[in-house]
Ligand binder design. Structure first.
Ligand code: ATP
Ligand code: ZN
Length: 224
């Protein structure tokens, strides 16, 4: 990879990918994204895109493998706590909170569960992909629980008998409803953010960032 080109990591496919590509396009970056490719080179600017799983983006930024990344605050915060616990690098700066990717991380229980607040979950098993965010919230509430780590199909855990409740991302609530669950408490509100690695940038890369940021600002203002 050419280290004079600005490297930006975005989600390859999922809820953030279309919006990220739209954002870059709106900034005048001409992309030629081919399926199955990890890297896409911009045609008209010294920018390379890395197309990866969203979970890998904070780490790539904090390890300085890429210069910029777009990721949900939920994944960013979770990675941050995990990396701090394992003494891995956590350096980054937030350049901009973006106006897409909105969702909330919520506790949800079966619709026949008598939920009277987080205390109702004392000693219960909670399925989640966000053990650190969940633990932080439950510690603040003074509630002890057992974490059941699941990287997918979290919403079926109560019905499958592997958990008493879940802590998962919600936007409309349709998935919860389809699984006989009700949202009980919101523990974290998230949007996509543009983050930058803590490593010092070359003047050339800094120039591109200085060009991109006001354009992003302008795009967001136009959408308000
Ligand atoms: P990947 O294959 O990249 O790991 P994923 O399945 O983990 O993908 P997506 O479901 O595409 O991730 O969600 C990516 C991000 O989009 C989430 O981390 C969150 O920040 C945001 N998001 C917005 N709305 C929702 C929602 N309703 N459910 C899940 N994520 C949402
Ligand atoms: Zn993911």
């Amino acid at each position: 990879m050419d280290n004079t080109r600005l490297r930006i990591a975005i989600q390859k496919s999922g809820r953030l990918s279309k919006e990220c590509q739209k954002l870059l396009k709106g900034c005048g970056v001409k992309l030629n994204i081919r399926e199955q490719r990890l890297i896409a080179h911009a045609e008209n600017m010294p920018i390379d895109l890395l197309l990866v799983r969203d979970d890998d983006i904070p780490g790539l930024v904090m390890d300085g493998v890429v210069d910029l990344g777009v990721v949900g605050e939920n994944v960013l915060e979770e990675t941050l706590m995990e990396r701090k616990a394992t003494s891995e690098p956590t350096d980054y700066t937030e350049l901009k909170r973006l106006d897409f990717g909105g969702c909330r991380l919520s506790l949800a229980v079966a619709d026949d569960f008598d939920y009277q607040g987080p205390k109702s979950l004392e000693g219960k098993r909670i399925a989640t992909s966000y053990p650190w965010l969940l633990k932080r919230f439950m510690d603040q509430q003074g509630v002890k629980f057992k974490s059941v780590m699941l990287n997918g199909s979290v919403e079926v855990a109560p019905r499958a008998g592997v958990a008493d409740a879940i802590c998962d991302l919600v936007s409309t609530g349709a998935t919860l409803e389809a699984n006989g669950l009700v949202e009980a408490d919101v523990i974290f509100r998230s949007k996509a953010v543009l983050i930058q690695s803590g490593a010092e940038l070359s003047a050339g890369k800094q120039q591109i960032i200085d060009k991109l940021l006001p354009r992003i600002q302008g795009l967001q203002q136009a959408r308000e």
